[in-house]
Write a protein that binds this ligand. Structure first.
Ligand SMILES: *Cc1c(COP(=O)(O)O)cnc(C)c1O
Length: 472
């Protein structure tokens, strides 16, 4: 992996390796950031019932809540918006979008949706039944919730290294093939298809190797089961394969991405990630099996099959984004950004998920706040402290997101307590990341003062979005 680090620095040529991140774009339009004081932020956080999702974005200095739909579009994408054909049926923009998705994935059947979770809900409604089990490396929160809503058990079978924040492994997003094999042998009749998340968002944004996807697909095929990729970050995953997998360094990210898709039978994609768009998603499928039922459901809740809940201009922006995201200079800058912040934090003694993933840096809250117990929700507490200290908004990936209040009132807890700082694409510069590092290191020096929280209110599904808290 040492090799990878050096390669990531190089904008062009190899006679000179500047350590500055070369952002491979010029900025044409800027959006001012409103400054806030610590006192103001303390008040705003109380008003938000200690839930960063309830803050107004204009009260946030660096918004690392999500990389979803928050990216900056390129001049080519803005130009494509004007080309948007807003015809209800058969719009030219749909065919451009369909062509871009087919060209990337090789799947002939393309169903647009307004975002990733709509694709999930539609596919799961037509392809699963109550009592089914769907394995993945780690299901993303909306994926898990949509399966559970249909009475399906989402099973997370990431390799053991994927659950150990400090263990370095080039492909910590890999699925544990032994456990998949056992599942198929013991409960195969309950498995309608297998899934795998590229990159593994909830497990630290960690990539999956080409070899692992190939072996997983073969295992599923031997049992007559299709493989569906949750391919939201296909481009970042492809770049990691290029940098880390033996024999892949000479291939383009596009060639690698195409091969990843070729190993599977279909995909669910949120275009708000590697689609470089602010909204959108799609289902793409190799054979006809689920297509008709999915299109019928699409018409019921999303729209006609040639727009699926999107405007023609959105389809245009996604078509361009799917192409731009695979540019190697962009992907180098993208992965280097996370790595750069990660290096600064590690040098300052902050435990993070290692190695850094593609779209985010994940702080290990249990190590950051050793004085807090699981019942204090340490990752949630750390996310609040980051806002108070420096106006940074991150998101908890821990027991608020993945734990549950059972019917008897007891709480279940998640093995990891992480705060994800996810980076909007092409939005922040190296200076912003330097500031973020300063805030986190300053907070570390005063970590003992950070208090835990308790739930004041919670909903049954996706409770982190709406919950209210009080200080412990
Ligand atoms: C964002 C995301 C989704 C859901 O997509 P939305 O567009 O937010 O509905 C599903 N899976 C993964 C891995 C994601 O990152």
């Amino acid at each position: 992996m040492a090799d990878m680090l050096a390669r990531l620095h190089t904008p062009a040529g190899d006679h000179f390796m500047p350590s500055t991140i070369f952002e491979p774009f010029r900025i044409k339009s800027v959006e001012p950031i409103r400054m806030t004081t610590r006192e103001e932020r303390a008040r705003l956080l109380e008003q938000a019932k200690l839930n960063p999702f309830h803050l107004r974005a204009e009260d946030v200095l660096l918004d690392f809540l999500t990389d979803s739909g928050t990216g900056a579009m390129s001049a080519r994408q803005w130009a494509a918006l004007i080309e948007g054909d807003e015809s209800y049926a058969g719009a030219r923009s749909f065919f451009r979008f369909e062509e871009a998705v087919r060209d990337l994935t090789g799947y002939p059947h393309v169903i647009p949706t307004h975002q990733g979770r709509a694709a999930e809900r539609i596919l799961f409604s037509v392809a699963t039944k109550p009592g089914d089990v769907v394995p993945s490396n780690t299901h993303f929160d909306t994926t898990r919730a949509n399966l559970e809503y249909d009475g399906v058990e989402p099973l997370d079978l990431v390799i053991p290294e994927g659950l150990e924040p400090r263990t370095r492994h080039p492909f910590k997003g890999n699925i544990d093939l032994g456990r998949v094999e056992r599942l198929l042998a013991e409960k195969g009749e309950r498995v309608p298809f297998g899934m795998i998340t590229l990159t593994n968002n909830s497990g630290g944004g960690q990539p999956v190797s080409l070899e692992n996807v190939r072996a997983y697909a073969a295992l599923l095929r031997a049992h007559g089961k299709p493989l569906v990729l949750d391919a939201c970050r296909f481009a970042e995953n492809a770049m990691f394969v290029k940098l880390r997998e033996p024999g892949q360094s000479e291939r383009t990210p596009r060639e690698i991405a195409r091969e990843l898709f070729s190993l599977a039978d279909g995909c669910l994609v949120s275009a708000k990630k590697d689609g470089l768009a602010n909204i959108g998603g799609f289902i793409a499928l190799r054979d006809e099996r689920w297509v008709e039922a999915a299109r019928n459901l699409l018409i019921l809740t999303e729209g006609f099959p040639t727009y699926g809940g999107l405007a023609g201009r959105d389809l245009e922006a996604i078509a361009v984004g799917l192409e731009e995201v695979l540019h190697e200079d962009y992907l180098r800058y993208r992965l280097r950004t996370a790595e750069y912040l990660g290096e600064k934090l590690l040098r300052g003694g902050v435990a993070i998920v290692e190695p850094t993933g593609g779209h985010a840096v994940y702080l290990d809250a249990r190590s950051f706040l050793p004085h807090l117990a699981a019942a204090d929700y340490p990752a949630w507490a750390l996310s609040l402290a980051l806002y108070l200290e420096g106006g940074i908004r991150g998101v908890e990936i821990g027991s608020v997101m993945f734990g549950k209040r059972l019917d008897d009132g007891t709480e279940t807890y998640h093995p990891l307590e992480l705060v994800r700082l996810a980076f909007p694409r092409r939005v922040y510069t190296q200076s912003h990341f330097d500031y973020a590092a300063e805030v986190i290191l300053e907070l570390k020096a005063r970590a003992r003062d950070v208090r835990g929280v308790r739930f004041a209110r919670q909903a049954r599904y996706l409770r982190h979005f709406t919950a209210e808290f009080r200080w412990a």
